[in-house]
Design a protein around this ligand. Structure first.
Ligand code: ZN
Ligand code: ZN
Length: 186
C-alpha cells in the first residue's frame, strides 16, 4: 500500500507532525506515516536573505522517497522563500511527488500576537492540504473556502477550510483512483 510520508525538517516539533497525520489521512484517503528520518535544512540557508530556499529543500527531499511513498510532505519550522518572492508558505512539485510547508509564518507570535495553538495547527493543516493538492496537479481554486484557494497572508488561510471543494476533489489525480479503490474494499 502506498503511503503519504511526512518528513520532519530541522527543529520542527514532532507533535505537530503527529497532529497533522489524521487530518491529511482523512482528506486524501490514504495512510500517512511520519518518517523516522530528519532532514537538516542548513544547506538551503542563504545568508543574504536570512531565509531557506524551498526549491533546494524539495530537490534534496527526493532522496527520502521510497518504493511505498505515494507523496512526501516535508514540514519545516524555518522561513522559506523562492527568489522572486519575499517568502512562501510552501512549495510543491506540480504533479508530484514532493511538497514542503513552513510553519514559520503560521504562528500568531510571528505577527506579535499571543500564541493560539489551535489556530496554528489549523493553518498548518490547511497549507499542507494545499501543497499536497498541487502534487495532485491541482491549480489554484476560485472558491475562497477551498484549501486550494491561493493565500498570500494568514488572513486568507483563516478563511479557508482544511479540505478540498467538490470540484478540486474530483479533479485531483491520482487521489480519485485511490479513494475509489478504498471504497471498493470497504
Ligand atoms: Zn498554491
Ligand atoms: Zn477547490
Amino acid at each position: 500500500m502506498k503511503l503519504l510520508h511526512l518528513l520532519p525538517i530541522g527543529n520542527v516539533e514532532d507533535e505537530l507532525l503527529h497532529e497533522l497525520r489524521p487530518a491529511v489521512e482523512e482528506t486524501f484517503h490514504v495512510s500517512c506515516q511520519v518518517l523516522p528520518a530528519r532532514l537538516d535544512p542548513e544547506f538551503a540557508f542563504h545568508g543574504e536573505r536570512q531565509q531557506y530556499h524551498s526549491s533546494e529543500i524539495l530537490h534534496r527531499m527526493q532522496s527520502f522517497l521510497t518504493a511505498d511513498s505515494w507523496r512526501l510532505l516535508g514540514v519545516v519550522a524555518v522561513d522559506l522563500y523562492i527568489p522572486i518572492l519575499t517568502f512562501v508558505f510552501g512549495e510543491a512539485q506540480m504533479g508530484g511527488p514532493c511538497a514542503v510547508v513552513s510553519a514559520h509564518r503560521l504562528r500568531q507570535e510571528f505577527y506579535g500576537l499571543p500564541p493560539d495553538r489551535d489556530l496554528f495547527r489549523q493553518r498548518v493543516i490547511k497549507e499542507s492540504v494545499h501543497e499536497i493538492g498541487h502534487t495532485l496537479s491541482l491549480t489554484h481554486c476560485e472558491d475562497y473556502s477551498c484549501a486550494m484557494a491561493p493565500s498570500h497572508a494568514v488572513e486568507w488561510i483563516d478563511l479557508k477550510q482544511g479540505s478540498l471543494c467538490t470540484t478540486c476533489r474530483e479533479a485531483a489525480t491520482p487521489m480519485t483512483r485511490i479513494s475509489s479503490a478504498n471504497l471498493l474494499k470497504s
